[in-house]
Design a protein. Structure first.
Length: 284
């Protein structure tokens, strides 16, 4: 009898332990949290018209390498872009064709009425840099019917009225560089007005040369290259100074961090190759 009871107790214990083992579950493996979705970003870039061809290539490469980021460029004369920014346009990154337009937004110069006449303070601290250098060039239409060979010769022809020259307006950098060239040769722009036609940006001047409606035009070397025009002479630094393109992130935009990242990319190898291909000299 005692053996039977002991056997029954042992059997009950074995069954109970088996049941406990059967009910025991492996700890659940937590599911991996889904990766946060990357929010699409649009960077508003205002850039000098002379950068259009090369910067478009850079933007295409950057968007391929940086999914979710779209760069929206606006190209025009630096003077026109400056007016739009001063009037309240949203702009994350500004690249001008001369320091003058960038100075007008630089808060560190707001006490200098000549450089920053409106006392604007829109440049994000520590982001301004000299990005590129260009050259001011004398370009001629296909065939060069007027036989233009140099800026020295052009100055003589302008004084005699024997040539038609396309230049930029006085409120755009290419026009301002041209005014310095006139001053170098002692030319009075008013006195030679009958020999001049104007463009509101360098692309308009380039188009006049391409179409042959003028004998020659003063544009940038990069625009001449992109348009397939012949350059017969380039302005030395003592004629018009260096042609520097500064760039900076602006506080009037909505994507300062993304703009900084793109500005860094503009100083990298991919961008450098695109800029050098059309005649820019990268500086940063």
């Amino acid at each position: 009898m005692k053996k039977t009871v002991a056997l029954l107790l042992s059997l009950s214990l074995v069954l109970a332990l088996a049941a406990c083992g059967a009910e025991k579950e492996e700890p659940a493996v937590p599911e991996a949290s889904p990766a946060p979705e990357t929010q699409p970003v649009e960077i508003e870039v205002f850039a000098a018209a002379s950068m259009e061809e090369s910067l478009n290539q850079v933007i295409e490469a950057y968007e391929t390498e940086t999914p979710g980021v779209t760069v929206v460029p606006t190209y025009d004369s630096s003077g026109t872009l400056l007016k739009q920014i001063a009037a309240g346009a949203s702009c994350d990154l500004f690249i001008s064709a001369a320091p003058k337009q960038m100075n007008a937004l630089d808060g560190s110069l707001k006490d200098n009425a000549e450089k920053n006449p409106d006392g604007l303070d829109l440049i994000v601290e520590g982001t301004r840099l000299d990005l590129l250098e260009n050259k001011v060039a004398l370009a001629v239409p296909e065939g060069n019917a007027a036989g233009i060979e140099s800026l020295d010769q052009l100055a003589q022809l302008l004084q005699s009225g024997g040539v038609m020259l396309a230049i930029g307006n006085s409120d755009v950098p290419v026009g301002q560089y041209t005014q310095k060239i006139f001053a170098y040769y002692g030319l009075d722009e008013t006195a030679i007005a009958s020999s001049l036609t104007y463009g509101s940006n360098v692309k308009e001047v380039t188009t006049q040369v391409c179409e042959g409606t003028v004998d020659c035009g003063i544009i940038y070397a990069t625009d001449a290259f992109s348009a397939g025009l012949t350059v017969v002479d380039s302005a030395a630094a003592d004629m018009c100074g260096q042609v520097i393109y500064p760039a900076a992130v602006l506080s009037c935009g909505t994507q300062p961090d993304a703009a900084r990242a793109f500005l860094d990319y503009l100083s990298g190898d991919t961008a450098r190759a695109a800029f050098e291909a059309v005649g820019f000299s990268p500086l940063s």
